[in-house]
Design a protein around this ligand. Structure first.
Ligand code: SF4
Ligand SMILES: [Zn+2]
Length: 99
């Protein structure tokens, strides 16, 4: 959802040109990457948010991209999707579990 908000507000022209209103190619690749990391996350249901995780498994370039998305979409989530935003803030208070 946050990648969708970021792409909508930054890459509208790309969305129209590349994806007929879906995510642009760059944001689509970022989302695929995040999903692949999530599928391999060792913490399962005890998972913190990736931003607060002490392991942080993203490669640096992807980490920077996802940070930009979070910086932009985080505050807007409170307005557009407050229930999800509060759930995400709660998850962010969880410490990275020891393995
Ligand atoms: S950054 Fe941490 S919480 Fe996020 S997927 Fe990687 S290991 Fe799991
Ligand atoms: Zn985009």
């Amino acid at each position: 959802m946050m990648v969708g908000m970021y792409c909508r507000d930054h890459h509208a022209a790309r969305q129209r040109a590349e994806a007929g209103g879906g995510l642009c190619e760059e944001c689509s690749a970022l989302l695929d990457y995040a999903r692949a990391r999530l599928a391999r996350c060792p913490y399962e249901e005890d998972k913190p948010t990736c931003a607060t995780c002490s392991t942080h498994c993203y490669k640096p370039a992807m980490r920077e991209q996802v940070r930009a998305v979070m910086r932009y979409a985080g505050p807007r989530m409170l307005r557009e999707h407050p229930v999800l935003a509060v759930a995400h803030l709660r998850d962010g208070r969880r410490k990275t579990p020891s393995r």
